[in-house]
Design a protein around this ligand. Structure first.
Ligand SMILES: [Zn+2]
Length: 121
């Protein structure tokens, strides 16, 4: 088992032309600034350390904490001879998946709380 076989995204990115690197930086910024995929969630309170706290809509004292800072990008899946377009698709796809997973976790936590504490509401 050789390290040469390992997929090294940094090395691949380093070989890309400068223009592509600028594109990549812009696409990353756009992906980061994109609005959340799902907007049905209540507005969280932002706590110390960047924690997003979603409180019960009925004000019963229950809340669900999320730490968006822990939601780090996972590996990107790319073909060996990927183009900057593949890269763009992979980056925005990964951002969308993370946004959906985040919203789903919060929605499920709220739904579980309502089922337990406010049945029928
Ligand atoms: Zn509640």
């Amino acid at each position: 088992m050789s390290n040469d076989d390992a997929f090294d995204l940094d090395a691949l990115v380093a070989r890309l032309p400068k223009q592509t690197m600028d594109d990549l930086a812009r696409m990353r910024r756009e992906a980061e600034q994109a609005p959340p995929v799902v907007t049905a969630l209540p507005m969280p309170n932002f706590m110390r350390g960047g924690i997003a706290r979603y409180r019960c809509l009925l004000d019963c004292g229950w809340f669900h904490d999320e730490n968006p800072g822990l939601d780090m990008p996972g590996p990107l899946l790319l073909p060996a001879d990927f183009t900057s377009e593949d890269l763009s698709t992979a980056i925005s796809g990964a951002a969308e998946v993370r946004g959906k997973a985040f919203a789903m976790r919060v929605e499920q936590a709220i739904a579980a709380h309502f089922a337990e504490a406010h049945p029928g509401r």
